[in-house]
Ligand binder design. Structure first.
Ligand code: NAD
Length: 368
């Protein structure tokens, strides 16, 4: 039987730097745990534009559809800011999400104890925090038609359309209910049913699925503006939150910052199962290409490494190995190894990107 396959798209800026550490970790799992993957590598974003004039070639897109999981670094950078919208690096990412139909974006916001002091909130509010935000990723106002900038009555008007079908709400809600069952069994569905018809439908569909198929999961509903307030007031009240594309974009960034640093935040985007039963999936850190620090060995590789841990859990049924990797990251932080983003200036010498990767490998060795 062939090994499970992963397509690595390191991308731009710090993407290749942090991905280098993930490759070391994959090597460790191969030799120490016998977890073998068929690895493929290709270009995305600005790197693909430089080589091929497009942020994602059709060949790369086809490969992404073929493999068991895609692991992406980051895309973008100032060199590409003036490109036409249609060929900007981010279009490569959007194409992957859309064509792989990755409708459920999982964004954990977990506060490692050693980093609780880094949150902008009081330590006691975030210590032990463990939220999962499920954001609908392929519909809603980032994709709805009509969209564009049009002339109307002698002036320009910018239009985007918030649009959700019942089946789009149904599938992301089910993904969230299933996750809640594996966690603390609580799901909060977030919309603005008070002012938006799409929100009214969202609430109806989620309520119906909950009553029919997930009566064991405690379901609550919240308006998105209230959810933003609650996230900074008492974030630990939440377990799983499910919401649409636009609110999810904003709320997941808000929740992310509760945990301290962008350099620690992984994500997974999941689609419908393939023939082999695995969901179509792409894993990527939440952060971007960080042009301000790229090429200097300063990037924190943890977010990308933790994204690989999510791949182990959600694509490859290796929950125990995912736990092992997450525990290794936690141990390294608890022992005091920090990249620059996790230190106050002038409080010692930060670990470099590769030193952080090496420390995580040492902690993995110690776990055997
Ligand atoms: P960014 O996430 O790249 O950086 C924001 C800040 O966080 C910077 O100060 C950066 O140095 C720091 N940071 C980010 N990741 C870090 C890490 N792993 N370790 C240490 N510090 C880290 O966001 P930005 O500056 O708004 O965007 C830069 C570029 O990245 C833009 O071109 C943007 O379009 C792109 N971007 C891409 C993605 C993606 O690929 N998914 C996401 C966001 C932004």
């Amino acid at each position: 039987m062939s090994n499970p396959s992963i397509l690595i798209l390191a991308g731009d800026g710090i993407g290749p730097e942090v991905m280098g550490e993930v490759k070391k970790i994959m090597g460790w799992f191969d030799t120490a745990r016998g977890l073998k993957f068929d690895l493929y590598e290709d270009l995305v974003g600005g790197a693909a534009y430089d080589a091929h004039g497009t942020p994602l070639t059709d060949e790369t897109m086809a490969k992404a559809q073929e493999v068991d999981a895609v692991l992406l670094g980051a895309v973008g950078g100032p060199a590409y800011d003036d490109l036409d919208f249609s060929i900007k690096p981010e279009r490569g990412l959007l194409r992957l999400r859309k064509e792989m139909d990755l409708f459920a974006n999982l964004r954990p916001a977990q506060c490692f104890d050693a980093l609780a002091g880094f949150s902008s909130l009081k330590k006691e509010l975030v210590s032990g925090l463990d939220i999962m935000i499920v954001r609908e990723l392929t519909s809603g106002s980032y994709f709805g038609e009509p969209r564009g900038i049009f002339e109307e009555n002698g002036e320009r008007v910018g239009i985007n359309t918030q649009r959700y079908t019942e089946s789009e709400i149904d599938r992301v809600a089910r993904a969230a209910f299933e996750l809640a069952r594996k966690r603390d069994n609580r799901l909060c569905s977030v919309e603005k049913a008070n002012v938006m018809e799409s929100g009214i439908l969202w609430r109806e569909v989620v309520t119906k699925i909950g009553a029919q198929d997930y009566p064991d999961v405690e379901l609550s509903h919240m308006y998105a503006d209230n959810c933003a307030m609650q996230l900074v007031r008492t974030p630990k009240q939440f377990d799983v939150i499910v919401t649409d594309n636009l609110f999810g974009d904003i709320l997941s960034d808000c929740a992310a910052m509760l945990t301290g640093s962008l350099g620690m935040l992984p994500s997974a985007s999941l689609g419908v199962p393939m023939e082999n039963g695995r969901p179509r999936a792409m894993y990527e850190p939440v952060h971007g290409s960080a042009p301000d620090i790229s090429g200097q060995g300063l990037a924190n590789p943890s977010a990308c490494i933790l994204s690989f841990a999510m791949a182990l859990r959600y694509s490859f049924d290796q929950g125990a190995e995912a736990d092992r990797l997450e525990a290794a990251v936690e141990k390294v932080l608890a022992d005091g190894t920090r990249t620059a983003d996790l230190m106050q200036k002038g409080t010692g010498k930060p670990a470099s990107t590769s030193e952080m990767g090496d420390a995580i490998i040492a902690a993995l060795n110690a776990s055997l």
